[in-house]
Each structure stands twice: as C-alpha cells, then as structure tokens.
Design a protein around this ligand. Structure first.
Ligand SMILES: Cc1ncc(COP(=O)(O)O)c(C=O)c1O
Length: 370
C-alpha cells in the first residue's frame, strides 16, 4: 500500500490559492489584450527583475539553460575553449558548455556545495576562458574570491544563479557579480512560473543587446536587421506577467524560508546530521533547498518517505557518471560524499507550522530508532 503524503516537497496549489486574485487579474489583462510575445509585461518584469537583482539589464528567456548557453555565446566562448564548472550541480550548467562546442573542466565543491577555490585555481590552464560558479540551494559561491581569481587570469565569469534568487554577499545580490547572471523560473524555483522560463542579468549593455537579439532569431526589433543566426527563446509574456506578480512577494517568502530554516536548525542541531548553515560573515542564505547530509543516505530518505514526508535526494548519481554524457570522471571526493549523503527536507513559504513540526519529529524518530 502506498504511504499517504503528510508533508509535500512542494505545494504550488497553495501559492495559487494565496495569489489567485492577482494571478487571475494578470491572466485576464494578457488574454484580453492578446499580448503574448515581446510586449509590455515582459519589459515590465525585466525592469523589476534587474532592480531586484541589482543590475542595469535583465533579458527574459525560455529557461535557465538558455540563459547559460546564450551567456557563453555572448561572451565569445567557442570550440577549443575550456570552461570550469562544478562537479556538483544540475547537469544543464555543464550541457550548456558542451552545446556551444567548448570543453567543460569539472572541479570539486566544498562542504557548502559550491565551487572549491583551490580546485578552481588548479584547473586553470592556457585554454581556460571562463568559469561558471553555481550558487547552489540558495547559498552563494564565494564571489569576491572567484572574481579575484578570474581577474588575475582574465576569465569570463558566468554566474549560475538559478537556485539563488535574493541571495547576497555583503548586500550585493547573486547574479550581479559576473559578466552575466543566469536565472531559471522553473515552477519549483523560489520565483517559479507556470511553465519554463529564465533570464540573464548583466550590467553590460552590449551583452544585454546581443542576447536580446539572439533570443528573437537574431533580429534587432527596432531596425529589423538580423545580426546573426539566432534562436527562438523569449520568456512568454504571460509567464512574465505571472512572474511579475510573484516577484513582489519574494522578499516576504524569503524571510519565511529563513525562519523555517532557523526552526529546523533549532531542533535538529544535536542530531548526527550536517545542516546547511555555514558561518560565513556577510553571506545571506535564502534556502531554495534545505539540504541535510547523513551517512545513512537512502535509509534516512526512505524512512522519511515511508512516514509521509516527501524529500529530494539530488543527485545520488553525479552527472559525470552518466555514460552518454562522455565526461571524464577525475575523482571528486566531496561531490561523491554529497551524492551519497544528501536529503533535502520540505522547504517553502506555505509550509504550515504543524507540518514543520511533523518533519522535525520524523527526523528525530529516525535517529531515536538507531
Ligand atoms: C543550478 C541550475 N542550473 C541550471 C538550471 C537550468 O534551468 P532550466 O531548468 O530553467 O533550464 C537549473 C534548474 O533546474 C539549476 O538548478
């Protein structure tokens, strides 16, 4: 018999229930005016997103993947170039590099799940052109250090900020440090649409203009001139309208995520678990995911599932070990350990206090039974 779910891992129905009037109104405007592609809602959202992130420009796209691949193309990364990427990330970070014809150089991560600075420095060679630091689970990679290393070696920096909207270091937002910042609005992201979506943020007017043209088949929409063989990958107007509604609520949602994280920490700190709290002065964690680590691996995650707590165990098999991707496994010990040990607990603003308590009690009961 299947276990009844007591606490869901995500709950978009609750978000809709909360925002129904605003989302329905946005839908009504777009549908009544027949504005679907490259219209005012897209521009409005781009303006608000750029202001939120702290950049001059934002360009709405189909997906986080497109944000990455267009950032690579816009900064001139091509065949023969090497791009450094973390071994522990969502596969799209690496696939974007491969699909522009460049060579990904994988490096291990640290205990905060983000790129290891020593490994990054060691991986830089004569063909290295760029690095993609990923801000995983709502916590930023050490960007002051990454920017310093990149400046020393003349590298392009493309931030994969897909999991970290609203995160910051000393008040400077994720996605505002590198040449570009890449965003995903996949439905279960902290700022999630109702389908795929993404964006690039940048302070560079030329990069923004290049990506804006390439998302629309290479066309400059003012002059009609084609500037290259481009793509069709705009953020839909309807999605932009929905995302603009949700963006206004994001600061409140982030505070709620941080409060839930504090509650988890208060009650789970004495257990043999590694919790995602890293004492880095000035780093503001926004908890896209609350990922704990335990040497019990699947025994722990299966126990929680068995008690009706939905959890995520990304990624038990690192992407570089999937044969079809033809990537070299050079041995990444921290990534390997993380892959065996991770378990993300439910984390979203609409979690009710009784549900949080149930998750805590269930985690405690696992260890009580050992
Ligand atoms: C770290 C990271 N990079 C890239 C992506 C790709 O984003 P998308 O699914 O919108 O293409 C995601 C989202 O799943 C992600 O989490």
């Amino acid at each position: 018999m299947e276990t009844a779910v007591r606490v869901r891992f995500v709950n978009p129905q609750r978000t809709y229930a909360q925002l129904r009037a605003e989302l329905d109104a946005a839908y009504h405007v777009v549908m009544s005016n027949g504005e679907f592609i490259d219209r005012s809602q897209l521009r409005q959202f781009e303006t608000n997103l750029a202001a939120f992130v702290g950049t001059r420009y934002a360009v709405g796209l189909n997906s986080g993947y497109d944000a990455l691949q267009l950032s690579l193309r816009a900064t001139g990364i091509t065949a023969g170039d090497e791009v450094i990427v973390p071994a522990h990330t969502f596969v799209a970070t690496c696939s974007a590099v491969v699909n522009v014809g460049a060579t990904p150089i994988l490096v291990d991560v640290g205990d905060d799940f983000n790129i290891d600075l020593d490994a990054l420095t060691r991986a830089i060679g004569p063909r290295t052109k760029a690095v993609i630091p990923v801000h995983l689970s709502g916590f930023m990679a050490d960007m002051p250090a990454v920017m310093e290393i990149a400046a020393r070696h003349g590298l392009v920096v493309i931030e994969d900020a897909c999991q970290s909207i609203g995160a910051s270091i000393h008040g400077r937002g994720a996605g505002s440090w590198g040449n570009t910042g890449c965003w995903s609005f996949y439905p279960f992201k902290m700022l999630g649409g109702y389908g795929d979506g993404g964006a690039v943020t940048t302070n560079d007017a030329e990069l923004a203009a290049w990506i804006r043209r390439m998302r629309y088949n290479g066309e400059d929409r003012t002059t009609g001139e084609y500037h290259g063989h481009g793509f069709t990958c705009l953020l839909d107007n309807l999605q932009a309208a929905f995302l603009d509604v949700k963006l206004k609520h994001l600061p409140t949602w982030i505070r709620r995520r941080q409060a839930i994280a504090a509650t988890y920490r208060q009650h789970l700190a004495d257990l043999p678990l590694m919790l995602p709290h890293y004492e880095r002065v000035g780093f503001d964690h926004v908890y896209q995911n609350y990922t704990v680590r335990t040497s019990h691996g699947n025994a722990f995650s299966n126990y929680l599932k068995g008690q009706g707590v939905e959890v995520l165990t990304q990624f038990r098999k690192p992407y570089y070990r999937h044969a079809a991707l033809m990537l070299e496994d050079r041995g990444y010990p921290v990534t390997e350990a993380i892959s065996r040990e991770v378990c993300s607990l439910p984390m979203y603003p609409e979690l009710e206090d009784a549900e949080i308590q149930y998750v805590i009690d269930t985690v405690k009961s696992f260890f009580a039974s050992r």
